[in-house]
Design a protein around this ligand. Structure first.
Ligand SMILES: NC(=O)c1ccc[n+]([C@@H]2O[C@H](COP(=O)([O-])OP(=O)(O)OC[C@H]3O[C@@H](n4cnc5c(N)ncnc54)[C@H](OP(=O)(O)O)[C@@H]3O)[C@@H](O)[C@H]2O)c1
Length: 282
């Protein structure tokens, strides 16, 4: 088995109570009451994922730099029946170690625990030159790697102790096809996503080795193309990545760790990591 069948990639989020994105009732219900930290939650995939976690009765914590975007996401959730009081908004620049630690402290103070982390915050490739590996300025390279690699590491490092306090950890890093590609014009972005893939595999292995009794599931999702701030040319809804995200966040013990998935249910390989061999759904 190298795929999960039954994830509803294309469905109307307004009909969530009918389809639950393809999740069986016990998996959908498992999300209720859980605290999930979603970075980059003001727009795009992060906003869609945070919204549906709230719809499922979870208590998402939305972070991003622009508080007004986070508030917009929270306000829009009313349209799907969410009480905004169940949603926490914290502005946080995830490149800044002090701000990330501050957000983790705030989550610890408010909730005492954390059930999962979904890392969506990232920057796209700057299109200032078609040959970025030859011509890009050093500060642009640094900014991309700070945002797409160092920030996910800082966030996961701060979040893991809160999750492991519950004996389990569910972490999802949003990568891109770019992490497997060498497309001209996107070199630094490709490098940042390949390194993010490696971070996911290594963090999963290290955390499981250090905490052998804990239920550690740290995985990487390629969300595919969708309309967002960084991809305004797409007509695809960012809700397309919700089903795969929920299947991974709601997985019972014994699930994948250090594995790679696509939003349509394909199980991927990366470097020495083989495709997960069981379905993500029962
Ligand atoms: N859309 C696509 O077609 C596509 C395809 C493949 C992969 N992806 C991946 O999907 C993920 C989500 O992207 P998206 O498409 O949803 O793009 P998006 O709408 O541009 O979302 C990125 C979010 O990251 C936040 N962010 C960026 N830098 C930050 C920082 N330093 N601190 C805190 N937040 C920061 C931004 O909010 P603030 O500016 O307010 O901080 C923004 O809300 C990314 O990892 C992206 O690489 C997207």
């Amino acid at each position: 088995m190298t795929a999960t069948v039954g994830l509803l990639e294309y469905c109307d989020p307004r009909d969530w109570s009918v389809h639950h994105f393809g999740l069986p009732a016990e998996r959908w219900n498992a999300l209720a009451g859980k605290v999930f930290w979603v970075t980059g939650a003001g727009t795009g995939f992060g906003a869609a994922i945070a919204t549906i976690l709230a719809v499922a009765g979870g208590r998402p914590v939305l972070t991003g730099r622009r508080r007004e975007k986070l508030e917009e996401t929270r306000e829009a959730m009313r349209g799907l029946g969410v009480d905004p009081a169940s949603v926490t908004v914290l502005s946080c620049d995830v490149r800044d170690e002090v701000q990330v630690a501050g957000a983790a402290d705030e989550i610890a103070n408010r909730f005492g625990i954390l059930s999962g982390l979904v890392v969506c915050a990232a920057l796209p490739q700057s299109r200032s030159t078609p040959w970025p590996l030859a011509d890009l300025r050093r500060e642009n390279w640094q900014s991309l790697l700070d945002s797409n690699l160092t920030a996910p590491w800082l966030t996961a490092r701060a979040a893991l102790p809160l999750m492991l306090g519950t004996g389990q950890a569910r972490v999802l890093l949003l990568t891109s096809e770019a992490g497997w590609a060498g497309t001209p014009g996107f070199g630094p972005y490709n490098v940042s996503k390949a390194a993010l893939n490696s971070l996911g595999a290594s963090l999963a292995a290290e955390t499981a080795a250090r905490h052998p009794a804990a239920d550690v599931q740290i995985n990487v999702l390629n969300p595919g193309e969708a309309r967002s701030e960084m991809n305004q040319g797409s007509t695809v809804s960012p809700y397309t990545a919700v089903a795969a995200t929920l299947a991974l966040l709601s997985h019972p013990p014994g699930g994948p760790n250090g594995r790679f998935f696509a939003r349509d249910g394909r199980h991927l390989e990366f470097a020495y990591s083989k495709a997960w061999e069981k379905s993500l759904l029962p």
